[in-house]
Design a protein. Structure first.
Length: 106
């Protein structure tokens, strides 16, 4: 009985520790495009942009009073953007204008 109670308490503690936090979403860049056209995250979540391309990129996000620019992102590198406010964001590459993505933050 003690083992079952200890197990339940451990699971409950782990659930509380991870509640409200989500693993960062990963978006890859290859062929001069993002691996997805849209994403939906919670306020406070981050998206990690991984450059799997053979060329450099410059990922930025603009929307609802927030502007973030990752700067020059060489091949095989990554960078993260944290979306702190709810709203709609346009994500793009300053080097390759056809690279576009829409992020909705709840």
């Amino acid at each position: 009985m003690r083992t079952a109670a200890a197990f339940i308490l451990t699971v409950a503690a782990l659930s509380c520790a991870t509640a409200g936090s989500s693993a960062p979403l990963e978006v890859r860049q290859a062929g001069k495009q993002f691996s997805r056209a849209t994403a939906q995250v919670r306020a406070g979540d981050s998206i990690t942009f991984v450059n799997d391309d053979s060329v450099a990129h410059n990922v930025y996000a603009v929307g609802d009073g927030q502007t973030t620019d990752l700067g020059l992102q060489k091949p095989k590198s990554s960078g993260s953007i944290r979306f702190s406010k709810r709203g709609a964001y346009k994500v793009g590459c300053a080097i390759h204008p056809k690279m576009k993505m829409q992020v909705t933050v709840e």
